[in-house]
Ligand binder design. Structure first.
Ligand code: SF4
Length: 121
């Protein structure tokens, strides 16, 4: 059995982004299988997040909303998933096998022992 995303977890450096970041610094990510969020929490000693200014939200509620309604839907369209957000352009909180938003992670602070570098653009 192939373990998806193992390379990210055992790498020295992990380059990633975030679905949303609040003004208070909370980082929100929604993931389908969890490989991306797992590597952003545990594994690589150095985690670099490159995040556009468009992903900054006023609060956690807006960050969760952006992650589900903007980021997940955009990713579904990019990956051409068999999900309502791709085929109909709107989330219906589906139960599709292709669902890409199964796991939501909120990072309140830097994970202990991690060197998380943030760059906003
Ligand atoms: S729950 Fe389903 S429809 Fe909604 S964003 Fe996720 S994959 Fe798309």
């Amino acid at each position: 059995m192939r373990v998806r995303g193992l390379k990210q977890v055992v790498s020295d450096v992990f380059l990633t982004s975030a679905n949303a970041i609040t003004l208070a610094g909370e980082i929100v990510n929604v993931d389908g299988s969890g490989n991306r969020v797992a590597a952003s929490i545990s594994g690589p000693k150095i985690i670099i997040m490159i995040v556009g200014l468009n992903k900054i939200t006023d609060n956690l509620s807006a960050a969760l909303e952006r992650s589900q309604r903007v980021a997940a839907e955009t990713n579904a369209q990019r990956l051409n998933t068999a999900t309502p957000c791709n085929s109909m352009g709107e989330c219906s909180d589906c139960a599709s096998p292709d669902r890409i938003c199964n796991i939501t992670v909120i990072q309140h602070r830097r994970p202990a022992g991690k060197n998380l570098q943030g760059i906003t653009m």
